[in-house]
Design a protein around this ligand. Structure first.
Ligand SMILES: NC(=O)c1ccc[n+]([C@@H]2O[C@H](COP(=O)([O-])OP(=O)(O)OC[C@H]3O[C@@H](n4cnc5c(N)ncnc54)[C@H](O)[C@@H]3O)[C@@H](O)[C@H]2O)c1
Length: 394
């Protein structure tokens, strides 16, 4: 199998550091692949890139070295501190492949304007591919959540977007949009693990279709929403009427601090509520909130209250409390996504990949939010890949 590169946007964040350190640990046989869907028996016989064969690179606006970040999150028990210390040399080596970039905040213009920023991102991606002799590059967005911006007709087609960019005012779009556009124009596959607007915009979907590139998103489904998409279908299947479903999330990491800003919180809550609203329909009262609690660090606590009605109108409640380590839940999914997007690409698939819907809170082009059905679709696709391989061997 030829060489696969993974370019992470936000490569020195909590999730990215856990992904890279975890991939090193698995590759060296220091940790099992617990949490990776692609390491399960359903994927036996499917040709996937080996975790040890992935060439990582990326960029971040933070200059904190990857090894220091790994030790910092080791102290927070996100990953074993010993592991972070033992891998210090390898992490420092890998850090040389991570560019410290300026980026730009939503509401400001990047240096030289949007087109200049697009050119800088494209140049970095092209260099990553050439420097490491890569055949395919998957770009994964793990940057901080950005505000939701208004979609105008400028985003409808690649031509209108590229015509609008040179004279567009500050606040026209986010760094996520520019990064996604650069990734696709450079012939990379793209995965949006964040709630920000990326490749789902019509202009970018068209570029992906025209260049026959796969892309997927958005917003990784790791904790509370995962439970919602398991439990919601249960209430529906038993014909129990959900009157209200309210949830509150408490988290204290940098992601939580970023979500303190009302515009970023709005962007996240749009994704978090979408699954329940779509599954339950308009009659149920659905509300989710996020609170920043610094002392909790990466240990997100979600508390949900479900008030429902049964036979003869009898009302009941169900509550759950979930305490998960956000980055440890997210990191294996990122590795899964990279391997599966790559497998789809090698199989000649392009555009949005609906089979990857179980990985996302708001799956683009996914047909259902029901986790069990999503997994059944993913396994059916794995069977197809295995079948195609067996057919090719005969
Ligand atoms: N952890 C989870 O369970 C989970 C689930 C779903 C989605 N997400 C999303 O994944 C993303 C990453 O989460 P995290 O906990 O690692 O956050 P984090 O704050 O630790 O990391 C984000 C990184 O992005 C960098 N960054 C910000 N803007 C940038 C830019 N324009 N260019 C390059 N780098 C930039 C920051 O410096 C930081 O290092 C967030 O958007 C979060 O909402 C996380």
């Amino acid at each position: 199998m030829n060489r696969l590169g993974v370019y992470i946007l936000g490569a020195r964040g909590n999730v990215a550091t856990t992904v890279i350190t975890g991939a090193m640990a698995i590759s060296q046989g220091r940790a099992p692949a617990t949490g990776l869907v692609t390491a399960g028996p359903e994927f036996k016989g499917v040709v996937l890139a080996g975790v040890q064969d992935i060439v990582f690179g990326g960029c971040d606006i933070s200059a904190v070295a990857l090894a220091d970040k790994a030790i910092e999150i080791g102290h927070s028990r996100i990953l074993p501190l010993d592991l972070a210390r033992d891998l210090k040399t390898e992490l420092n080596d890998l850090d040389r492949r991570i560019a410290t970039v300026e980026g730009f905040r939503f509401g400001t213009l990047p240096r030289g304007g949007y087109l200049a920023e697009l050119a800088r991102v494209e140049e970095r991606l092209a260099r990553f591919r050439v420097d490491h002799g890569l055949d395919r590059v998957v770009v994964v967005n793990l940057c901080s959540t950005e505000p939701h911006f208004a979609e105008t007709p400028d985003f409808d087609s690649p031509d209108s977007l590229l015509t609008a960019l040179p004279k567009a005012p500050a606040g026209f779009c986010t760094a996520t949009l520019i990064n996604a556009l650069a990734a696709l124009r450079q012939g990379c596959a793209y995965v949006n693990f964040t709630p920000s607007q990326g490749s789902e915009l019509p202009a970018l979907r068209k570029i992906a279709r025209d260049l026959r590139l796969p892309h997927a998103g958005k917003d990784g489904k790791t904790g509370e929403t995962l439970l919602k998409t398991v439990l919601g279908p249960m209430f529906l299947a038993r014909n129990l009427k959900v009157l209200s479903w309210v949830g509150n999330n408490f988290l204290g990491n940098n992601d939580g601090a970023v979500l303190e800003a009302p515009a970023a919180k709005d962007s996240k809550l749009r994704q978090k509520d979408a699954a329940l609203r779509e599954m339950l329909g308009g009659d149920s009262f659905v509300r989710t909130d996020i609170q920043y609690v610094p002392s909790l660090g990466d240990w997100k606590t979600a508390w949900d209250l479900i008030h429902f009605e049964g036979f003869l109108g009898t009302q009941m409640t169900f509550q759950f409390t979930w305490q998960g380590c956000d980055s440890a839940l997210a990191a294996p999914l990122v590795l899964d996504l990279v391997r599966l997007v790559d497998a789809a690409w090698r199989n000649g698939e392009s555009g949005l990949l609906p089979q990857l819907s179980p990985f996302f809170k708001n799956p683009l082009d996914g047909h259902t939010h029901d986790f069990a059905r999503q997994m059944a679709n993913l396994y059916a696709w794995a069977d197809q890949l295995r079948g195609a391989r067996a057919g090719a061997r005969r």
